[in-house]
Ligand binder design. Structure first.
Ligand code: BG6
Length: 501
């Protein structure tokens, strides 16, 4: 094996503020989709941008790929538009850093070989990207071989989602992890936190003077958080049948957006200062008891319909999905946070597949002026609102009312827009690039802490239990639409409207 743990002379003297120590990363379940779509492209991109130079990537899986097979597969994973102009020398150098251990996860031989491949590297990262039932055997395998704590090394473990499927299983996984790893070594990933616009939420709120004074129940009527997708479950029917939208999207991604929107300002930017504030939001969620699930939640399942001019099948016709499935592909929730700041302000969350538009956004709706002196000219006016677009068209729009030019005082809503792309030009780095780099450096700010994950599962598990008790039919919605009709009623107040999908 080539020794790549020594500094690369080409990079010496280069000012790289975020270059990690030499590291070896072992990817468990490397033959899966995540490696192909995200991990290898992200690692390569970091290499091309010279954020990493001294590293080794070790694939660990059951399939008999071998080192050469892994390198060939990885070459194929780099066959992407954004890497078209990268020289083959750079590609080959990257590929020469790839090694492969073929082993079942439950057998000990594979673990015995990890040390040989990671020797000489200061930082060792284990990445769990397997189906979740392999997590515990892998953690035990690492622990049994003492791979979690080696002398003069920093060892970290990254755990992909799904992190459990309810509170009990998430706790069990946390217990297994904590048998061998310290909390500072555990990096629970949620790729939403790697998105540039999600990180900007804190900058927006705490780096500006104008938003925070009105970010509370005196001025805010309600908040809507939407994460909608046009895609269906595709080839993931089997997985999705066990998950559903609440587990797949809300417990993690949507709750991250909620925490960052609602949290109090942290005292500083240390990982725990930020995560302490996020946990407080989750632990202030007013529980939805099983009697309230009917009033505070809406479920739906997509039926056939048309997306981008193409006819698409309904969920129950998808591969791996049962004909009488009760798994939800859409969920909407009405939540309250029992805090001084948010008392009485409903948060409406919705997420679903096969909807009219792909968007992740937070819309903050402000209260109307206390006295409406223009009511005779414009009897109904839209509430002022700020839309924070996480993706696509990353940016923000402020919607407020303006006088239509003319001799009378008639008003209509107008928009003030900020687009990331137009202002900064550059395409922001892929979420996985940022998150992997942080893990290499040892910065866990953008990863989920144990209490955070258990708080969110605690809340979600009550809803799941409530749904189990309810055997009424799951509303169907047309693919390409805005979700089930019932979602409208969740808003309660006639004057409230969901942002358009
Ligand atoms: C994943 C979910 O975590 O996030 C998928 O498992 C979903 O079902 C995906 O499609 C959405 O991610 P993004 O970054 O495309 O919004």
């Amino acid at each position: 094996m080539e020794d790549i743990s020594t500094p690369n002379p080409l990079l010496q003297g280069l000012e790289l503020t975020r270059e990690p120590e030499p590291f070896a990363i072992v990817i468990f379940g490397v033959t899966g989709d995540l490696t192909r779509k995200k991990l290898i492209p992200a690692l390569f991109s970091l290499f091309v941008k010279e954020h990493i130079s001294r590293f080794r990537i070790i694939g660990f899986a059951r399939r008999p790929w071998g080192k050469e097979g892994f390198r060939e597969q990885a070459a194929d994973m780099l066959d992407k538009k954004e890497f078209q102009n990268v020289s083959s020398d750079i590609k080959n150098t990257f590929l020469s850093r790839l090694e492969y251990i073929q082993s079942p996860f439950e057998e000990q031989d594979g673990y015995a070989r990890i040390d040989e491949y990671t020797k000489g590297f200061h930082t060792r990262i284990y990445y769990l990207s397997t189906p979740p039932n392999a997590y515990e055997p892998i953690i035990e395998g690492l622990g049994n071989h003492g791979l979690q704590a080696q002398e003069h090394c920093s060892t970290r473990i990254i755990v992909e989602k799904p992190f459990g499927r309810d509170l009990a299983s998430a706790r069990k996984l946390n217990m297994t992890l904590s048998k061998y790893f310290q909390e500072e070594q555990i990096y629970r990933i949620d790729h939403y936190l790697g998105k540039e616009t999600v990180q900007n939420l804190m900058v927006l709120r705490f780096g500006n003077g104008i938003f925070e004074p009105i970010w509370n129940n005196r001025y805010i009527d309600h908040v809507q958080i939407t994460v909608s997708e046009k895609i269906g479950v595709g080839t993931r029917g089997n997985y999705y049948e066990q998950a559903g939208a609440l587990r797949d999207m809300v417990q993690n991604h949507v709750f991250q957006l909620l925490s960052l929107t609602a949290m109090e300002p942290p005292n500083d930017l240390r990982p725990d200062s930020i995560r302490n504030e996020k946990v407080k939001v989750l632990s202030s969620l007013r529980p939805i008891t099983y009697r309230e699930v009917g009033d505070c939640t809406v479920r739906g399942q997509y039926a056939e319909g048309v997306i981008d001019g193409q006819e698409v099948p309904g969920y129950r016709e998808e591969k791996g999905v049962s004909e009488d499935s009760r798994t939800e592909t859409f969920v909407a929730l009405k939540l309250f946070l029992d805090t001084w700041r948010w008392a009485g302000v409903p948060f409406f969350l919705r997420s679903g597949k096969r909807l009219a538009r792909r968007t992740s956004e937070i819309a903050v709706y402000f209260k109307e002026p206390p006295h409406h002196i223009f009511s005779s000219q414009t009897p109904t006016l839209q509430k002022n609102h700020l839309i924070i677009r996480i993706q696509p068209d990353e940016g923000m729009t402020m919607v407020f009312n303006a006088k239509i030019p003319g001799y009378t005082t008639v008003m209509r809503p107008v928009k003030m827009d900020f687009f990331y792309g137009r202002t900064f030009g550059e395409t922001p780095p892929e979420a996985y690039e940022r998150l992997l780099l942080d893990a290499m450096i040892g910065d866990s700010t953008l990863y989920t802490r144990r209490d955070e994950i258990e708080s969110s599962w605690g809340f979600i598990t009550r809803i799941l239990k409530g749904w189990e008790e309810d055997d009424s039919p799951i509303p169907q919605y047309r693919a390409g639409g805005a979700g089930p009709e019932e979602t409208r009623e969740l808003l309660g107040d006639e004057k409230r409207r969901w942002s358009k999908l």
